[in-house]
Ligand binder design. Structure first.
Ligand SMILES: NC(=O)c1ccc[n+]([C@@H]2O[C@H](COP(=O)([O-])OP(=O)(O)OC[C@H]3O[C@@H](n4cnc5c(N)ncnc54)[C@H](O)[C@@H]3O)[C@@H](O)[C@H]2O)c1
Ligand SMILES: O=C(O)C(=O)C[C@@H](O)[C@H](O)[C@H](O)COP(=O)(O)O
Ligand SMILES: [Zn+2]
Length: 366
């Protein structure tokens, strides 16, 4: 068992990682929830894991109530948020209670936001069931839903009280989803850890093929990196946490263009976005062309998109740039971009001109 502390003063919590943990979740949750009934929010694709979790709570003498919402990105919406908060109110959830988010990043972001605003703040616990949620979204307290204008534009910082990660639940995750989550794993290497990127180059294929040791190593490494960065800049004010947004300004524009649908998953958009960020950096002499090629080559090797065309996006450059204007990092109309001086040397550049980004995007093959 690996335990990683997310150190945030009064909001600190542990992330526990262990194969088979779901079946022992009751023991871990008992000290938090006491004898209160636990609402568990999940989608239909994790029904088998919901059953294991409920049995484990039952064995610990804890009652639970499942709330099942539709799977997919479109559930990060006002409509689903309203249904969910109404249901939680019907169940009589109190501020001191803990709602469990059992699922991927969609469930985690939605439940996190619902509990941030329900009665002005209730407790929640993340039990992530996708690779993406295990290495990224379950940790750090970014919660929210999408707006018509773009991705994650409505939300709050609201930290979970605990995160329980059972890597063995990934056995039921479709390969496409595993790959998409892997993009956020590699992101940590690209940001500030060239050795970890090299580890991904050597072990990514095995990880995706089901190598349990590689999977567990990557999850623990990623969570430790995220805990460190979030611990330094919880509310994304100093620029440190913004590094976790590598590939996301491009990526969110691609997701918006795909209509937040299964046409392009978040992790796929992030992979293409990282390739574009490195491509842009190389085109401006910030990093070498070899670095950009290395990023693209890795995405190709593991079957992730490394370009607009590979992501299936043929939108004109101006429309992509229009999506970017809603970026939450914008300040005074200027959008900072995560660029790279090399692999593991990402930095926030506040001087990038959107005209220049549009010119770069216009040159990308459609
Ligand atoms: N809050 C953050 O810091 C943060 C970080 C990264 C991504 N995100 C958000 O996370 C979302 C993407 O999350 P995701 O990739 O987990 O997508 P997701 O939650 O839609 O899950 C992907 C699919 O896998 C299914 N599924 C989940 N676990 C499964 C399992 N064990 N077995 C079989 N099927 C399973 C789901 O039902 C869904 O169909 C995006 O909205 C993204 O913006 C948030
Ligand atoms: O935790 C963070 O900080 C991140 O940026 C992690 C990202 O992978 C994640 O997709 C996040 O939701 C993006 O946040 P946003 O504020 O750019 O929408
Ligand atoms: Zn992301």
């Amino acid at each position: 068992m690996t335990t990683i502390r997310v150190a945030l003063g009064a909001r600190s919590y542990d992330v526990v990682i262990e194969a088979g943990l779901l079946g022992r979740a009751g023991e871990h949750l008992a000290p938090l929830v006491g004898k209160r009934c636990v609402p568990i929010v999940a989608d239909a694709n994790v029904a088998v894991h919901l059953e294991t979790l409920r049995e484990s709570l039952d064995a610990a003498g804890i009652a639970s109530k499942p709330i099942v919402i539709p799977a997919g990105e479109r559930s990060k919406s006002w409509a689903t948020l309203e249904t969910l908060t109404d249901r939680l109110l019907e169940l009589g959830v109190e501020r001191g209670d803990h709602v469990v988010a059992l699922g991927g990043g969609v469930i985690g972001d939605l439940v996190g936001f619902a509990t941030a605003i329900l009665k002005r703040g209730c407790g929640f616990v993340q039990i992530p069931t996708t690779l993406l949620a295990q290495v990224d979204s379950s940790v750090g307290g970014k919660t929210g839903i999408n707006a018509r204008a773009g991705k994650n534009l409505i939300g709050a910082f609201h930290q979970p009280r605990a995160v329980l990660i059972d890597p063995s639940v990934l056995d039921t995750l479709p390969l496409r989803q595993l790959r998409a989550g892997y993009a956020e794993v590699v992101k940590y290497g690209l940001i500030d850890d060239a050795d970890f990127f090299a580890w991904c180059e050597a072990n990514g294929v095995a990880l995706l093929a089901g190598d349990g040791a590689a999977r567990e190593y990557a999850i623990a490494h990623a969570v430790a990196a995220k805990a460190r960065i979030v611990g330094e800049d919880e509310f994304e004010t100093t620029g440190k946490r913004a590094l976790l947004n590598l590939g996301h300004t491009f990526g969110h524009a691609l997701e918006a263009e795909a209509g937040f649908s299964d046409r392009l998953l978040h992790g796929e958009a992030v992979a293409a976005g990282c390739a574009l960020a490195f491509g842009y950096s190389a085109a401006h002499g910030l990093c070498t062309a070899e670095d950009a090629v290395r990023v693209s080559a890795h995405w190709q090797k593991v079957g992730l998109p490394d370009s607009l065309s590979a992501a299936g996006i043929d939108a004109p450059a101006e429309r992509l740039v229009d999506h970017m204007r809603h970026d939450k990092k914008a300040s005074g109309g200027q959008i900072p971009f995560l660029l790279a001086r090399g692999i593991g040397q990402t930095y926030l550049d506040k001087q990038v001109s959107l005209d220049d980004v549009a010119a770069f995007l216009a040159l990308q093959p459609r």
